[in-house]
Ligand binder design. Structure first.
Ligand code: SF4
Ligand code: SF4
Ligand code: SF4
Length: 166
């Protein structure tokens, strides 16, 4: 898939609703503390963070800033992207969780429809996905690190991302 097509796909598949207006949910890599620094500094960089990411979840968009694509893998919080960022946009001193909430869409989840499925449970190292009597999974937001590793494991695409502040 071409980069332009991929960004278009991400933009359309990861959206949130706020005030009845659909807005793109742009998820930045962890380790930043100034959101405006991406627009200021990344223009002068060859996307070092993206090339350093072994999980290949960082994509450099057309405006030359990095976003996360959690549709195929997740973030190990390995620090590599922060270590290579020469301009300090990403820095280990700013270490924090990915700024998005991961949740299970009950209308899409097979388990909420009475089908036994634990596909999302195994990849979660934080044991943040809780089942009630083997069904009806929900994500414990106190434990979830928003790493995203559960997202691609769901056969019904029921694990989604939303803005933490909505
Ligand atoms: S390494 Fe730093 S400056 Fe370069 S694209 Fe990534 S965040 Fe921007
Ligand atoms: S912390 Fe590691 S896995 Fe996560 S985005 Fe940065 S380089 Fe990729
Ligand atoms: S995003 Fe949250 S629930 Fe999913 S694997 Fe990571 S910690 Fe677990």
């Amino acid at each position: 898939m071409e980069r332009r097509e991929l960004f278009s796909f991400l933009s359309s598949s990861i959206k949130n609703k706020k005030d009845d207006v659909e807005q793109e949910l742009i998820i930045r890599p962890p380790y930043y503390n100034d959101i405006d620094a991406f627009g200021r500094e990344c223009q002068n960089c060859d996307g070092l963070c993206a090339t350093s990411c072994q999980e290949q979840i960082i994509i450099i968009t057309e405006d030359k800033t990095p976003i996360l694509d959690l549709s195929k893998s997740g973030c190990t919080y390995c620090d590599d992207c922060a270590n290579v960022c020469e301009s300090g946009v990403l820095s280990k001193e700013n270490k924090k969780l990915i700024d998005a909430e991961v949740f299970i869409d009950q209308t899409s989840c097979m388990s909420w429809d009475g089908v036994m499925c634990f596909s999302c449970k195994d990849p979660c190292l934080e044991d943040a996905i809780e089942f009630k009597a083997m069904f009806m999974p929900t994500i414990d937001q106190e434990r979830c690190t928003s790493c995203g590793f559960c997202i691609s494991r769901c056969p019904s695409f029921a694990i989604k991302l939303k803005d933490k502040n909505v």
